[in-house]
Design a binder for this molecule. Structure first.
Ligand code: AMP
Ligand code: MG
Length: 345
């Protein structure tokens, strides 16, 4: 299959591009498109055979559900039995935006593979002109996970999608670099106290200002649950080829890097600005440590860049778990499989 790259910008006839993409989707094919979080790999959410192609193209485990993207709030009652008050407040405050709300699904409306057999469905309205125009032209919901091969870092640029999906999907819409760089916050409102299943750009603090107490279990607590609420959480994610080790700020980076190099390692370092001179063979910046939004934008690009090097080990400087830092550390802990340099034998 040849993969077509369609670029939307101010200089070309964009309406033709959208109608081409909509044609693919209506024919049950996949289209990758930019959102404000990361690039998504979309298929019509009610078309089971199209949805199966997402799982094939990504090599995604079939018990990992997909998020449904909509272009208008009015569509919600089509998919949801009952919209809880907290969900309404969140939609009003955070949509369009990087918040996925998990609610009880109406039976038999979205394709069964979208919910992976759960009786809930995660829905969001993306805040990106290309995603919204695509959805509103299509006039159908799009189920879309991140447009990377399963396990790899999510794509924040169209060429990341091409790296992972070339020859596997017919069409990528290139709308430039995504703004946030981290996937949406996933909030489950089916329990008495809403639970953050995946941290993201909409933080616990922001949610609590609008809907009161919200629970945010750690990765460890989620792992200990007998039946994981967000099935995706149990899989490896965001991982480059070489092993990633987190390193905290009490460990001397110079010494750690020198020791690894003496052991024969080629070291890539992912860290905020200011750590360029630590002697690593490769340095990838995570931006300004005091601007965690910025760190989110750099993170996946930096993890992917490691795969272009001959590094045999990747050290990632831990950041503080406050605000968006919670989401950044969640992704880094998963990329590292929770390995810390100090524990390295
Ligand atoms: P991705 O599509 O790669 O961004 O991953 C979507 C994430 O949302 C996964 O971790 C899923 O497990 C989670 N998710 C999607 N739908 C649901 C749902 N109905 N219930 C719980 N988690 C969900
Ligand atoms: Mg993903």
């Amino acid at each position: 299959m040849k993969t077509l790259l369609l670029t939307v910008d101010n200089c070309v006839n964009n309406s033709e591009i959208y109608s081409q993409a909509v044609d693919y989707l209506n024919r049950g094919e996949l289209v990758a498109f930019p959102t404000e979080t990361v690039y998504g790999l979309g298929a019509v959410a009610t078309d089971e055979s199209a949805i199966r192609k997402i799982f094939e193209a990504k090599d995604r485990p079939s018990d990992n559900p997909l998020i449904v993207h909509i272009g208008n709030v009015e569509e919600i009652p089509t998919y949801i039995e009952y919209i809880p008050e907290v969900a309404k407040k969140c939609m009003e405050k955070f949509w369009p935006g990087p918040l996925t709300i998990v609610m009880k699904a109406k039976d038999g409306v979205v394709a069964p593979s979208v919910t992976a057999g759960l009786n809930t469905v995660g829905i969001r309205m993306p805040d990106h002109p290309v995603a919204l125009t695509l959805l509103r032209t299509l006039k159908k919901p799009l189920a879309a996970p991140s447009a990377n091969r399963s396990g790899k870092p999510s794509p924040t640029k169209a060429f990341h999608v091409k790296e992972d999906m070339d020859g596997r999907i017919p069409c990528i819409i290139d709308g430039g670099t995504t703004g946030i760089g981290l996937e949406s916050t996933v909030l489950d409102v089916t329990t008495e106290t809403p639970v953050i299943l995946r941290p993201g750009g909409v933080t616990k603090e922001m949610l609590e200002e609008v809907i009161g107490r919200v629970a945010q279990p750690t990765l460890q607590e989620q792992k200990e649950e007998k039946t994981p609420k967000a099935p995706g959480m149990k899989y490896t994610h965001y991982a480059p080829e070489a092993p990633v080790y987190l390193i905290d700020d009490s460990t001397n980076l110079y010494e750690a890097i020198a020791r690894l190099q003496a052991e024969g390692h080629t070291v890539a370092l992912l860290a905020p600005d200011g750590y360029e001179q630590c002697g690593a063979n490769y340095f990838f910046t995570l931006g300004d440590e005091n601007e965690q939004q910025q760190m989110g934008v750099y993170l996946y690009d930096a993890l992917r860049a490691c795969d272009k090097t001959d590094a045999t080990i990747i050290l990632a400087r831990a950041t503080y778990k406050k605000g968006v830092g919670v989401a950044i550390m969640n992704r880094l802990e998963k990329a590292a499989g929770d390995k810390w340099y100090n524990n390295k034998k």
